[in-house]
Ligand binder design. Structure first.
Ligand code: FES
Length: 275
């Protein structure tokens, strides 16, 4: 329970003194738990995904295993070094000679890094700015996102569009995961479900984005003159209210999807066919 006592109002201005209390904190609850969980989960994800991107193997379970499962970190696989079966595209980056994941991760990474929710989370968790409500700021001056490099956060609306492109590609991957090549025809395995859930969570994360809601409902003087945009806005608004949950669920699950494909591709586990 929050126990803020005697709150004071501090006017915040760019370049001025930061807001917040003069004492370390006004709170008596476990306010540190939220930033601690944030930094722990984000650090774990960054460490795991960095390893997964650079290890450059076991990212595809293909015909030899009667499956068509690709890790979301390596899709679309467009370099000449991609393992056979992964490159379902005419675009081939012949000039790229290191891990193919590094070539495609910029889009999803930029989308997450500039996300309004994650910004709040990592500003609080890593930058202590401030660590939580009613807690003293870790920095003396307030600069907002008004100058380089943080002003680049404004490109989020464009990363949103790039994110939609990746969602479409990963949805195609999920549909392809119903294939059981090598005589198996069409079927459903655990891996199929994993890729499908991953795609659904990524769509929920993208559609609940603030930029998506603004795209539908922003700059409209009268909804009655824009019934289609109004319906879209009405559809997206409840999703937007759960953006934080979708952000975490999709982040954790995309890592678990890579792990699952990796375990199947390396032969550590067998992907169980359900029907
Ligand atoms: S605000 Fe989080 S993805 Fe756009």
């Amino acid at each position: 329970m929050t126990t803020v006592e005697n709150p004071t109002v501090t006017h915040v201005a760019l370049g001025g003194t930061r807001g917040g209390p003069d004492v370390p904190t006004l709170r008596r609850d476990r306010w540190w738990l939220q930033p601690l969980v944030t930094t722990t989960v984000l650090t774990a994800f960054v460490v795991y995904s960095t390893w997964a991107i650079f290890v450059n193997k076991d990212y595809y379970a293909g015909a030899a295993l009667h499956r068509d499962l690709i890790s979301p970190f390596y899709s679309p696989c467009i370099t000449a070094s991609c393992v056979p079966g992964t490159r379902g595209t005419a675009v081939v980056a012949t000039w790229w000679h290191i891990t193919p994941a590094l070539l495609v991760m910029g889009g999803p990474l930029g989308f997450r890094l500039t996300c309004y929710y994650y910004r709040r989370a990592y500003y609080r968790g890593f930058w202590q700015s401030p660590p939580n409500c009613g807690v003293a700021d870790g920095h003396r001056r307030y600069t907002g996102e008004s100058r380089f490099p943080l002003i680049l956060q404004n490109v989020h609306r464009y990363f949103f569009l790039i994110g939609l492109l990746f969602n479409t590609i990963l949805t195609i991957d999920a549909v392809m995961a119903f294939r059981m090549p090598g005589g198996g025809g069409i079927g459903v395995s655990i891996g199929t479900l994993v890729l499908c859930v991953n795609a659904v969570l990524l769509w929920l994360y993208s559609l609940s984005c603030h930029a998506a809601r603004h795209l539908c409902g922003g700059h409209v003087r009268s909804f009655s003159r824009h019934p289609v945009r109004y319906r879209l806005w009405k559809f997206l608004t409840p999703l937007n209210a759960r953006h934080m949950q979708f952000a975490w669920a999709s982040l954790v699950f995309v890592g678990l999807t890579d792990l699952y494909v990796r375990l199947v591709a390396s032969g550590t586990i067998t992907d169980l066919k359900l029907f």
